[in-house]
Design a protein around this ligand. Structure first.
Ligand SMILES: Nc1c(NC[C@H](O)[C@H](O)[C@H](O)CO)[nH]c(=O)[nH]c1=O
Ligand SMILES: CC(=O)[C@@H](O)COP(=O)(O)O
Length: 190
């Protein structure tokens, strides 16, 4: 389904987990800042509407979308966040640079999701022209920042539940008598 058939700001509040204890990092590209500020507004509004305390949200700015990769990596490495939202807007110019920036930031953020334990949400517009970006950052097609914030809450919840499940599994094993190998007395053969 293309964006034209779906308003990016629409979501069912009943499907959004309780987010009041989660902390979020938001990394914002300064390229096309009229658009990225609109995306940020959509994201911060959705987080606050879902009871995320304002002091649980940390924002960093980076020069362009390509720097979202490093900025998001340092955000999740140094700040105690449950998810990161990477906000950018890449618009086709006269050269193939658009293709390389879009591919680079896409692969870079994918790599962060594979290699780290904190979900990084891809809130990067990759548009043919400024009007498409306006339409998707609070215009007729809604706000991708809103969509990204809801995704961030849902992924933070999945991360939390996965961690709890892992702890329960371990606790179950220990309580069922599966002692840790390092606690067993070692019998040294003479
Ligand atoms: N043309 C756009 C860029 N280009 C800049 C790169 O993202 C990067 O900052 C530069 O190559 C230095 O590493 N960035 C955008 O976010 N949007 C564009 O339309
Ligand atoms: C996405 C870009 O880097 C692009 O907007 C830069 O414009 P140009 O391809 O005309 O140099």
């Amino acid at each position: 389904m293309a964006t034209v058939n779906k308003n990016l700001s629409d979501y069912d509040k009943n499907t959004v987990p309780n987010a009041k204890d989660f902390r979020f990092g938001i990394v914002v590209s300064e390229w096309n800042d009229t658009i990225t500020e609109g995306l940020f507004k959509g994201a911060i509004t959705a987080l606050l509407e879902n009871e995320v305390p304002s002091h649980h949200i940390i924002r960093w700015n980076v020069p362009g979308s390509f720097e979202l990769i490093y900025g998001s990596k340092k955000m999740l490495q140094t700040q105690n966040v449950d998810a990161v939202i990477a906000i950018g807007c890449v618009i086709q110019g006269q050269t193939k640079h658009f293709d390389f920036v879009c591919e680079g930031v896409t692969q870079g953020i994918k790599d962060l999701n594979v290699q780290t334990d904190v979900p990084v949400i891809f809130c990067v517009l990759t548009d043919d022209n400024m009007q498409q970006s306006i339409d998707r950052s609070g215009g007729i097609h809604g706000n991708k920042g809103t969509e990204a914030a809801i995704a961030a809450i849902k992924m933070a919840y999945i991360r939390q539940q996965a961690s709890l499940s892992h702890q329960i599994d371990n606790q179950h094993l220990l309580s069922a008598g599966a002692l840790r190998i390092e606690n067993l007395p070692l019998q040294i053969e003479e």
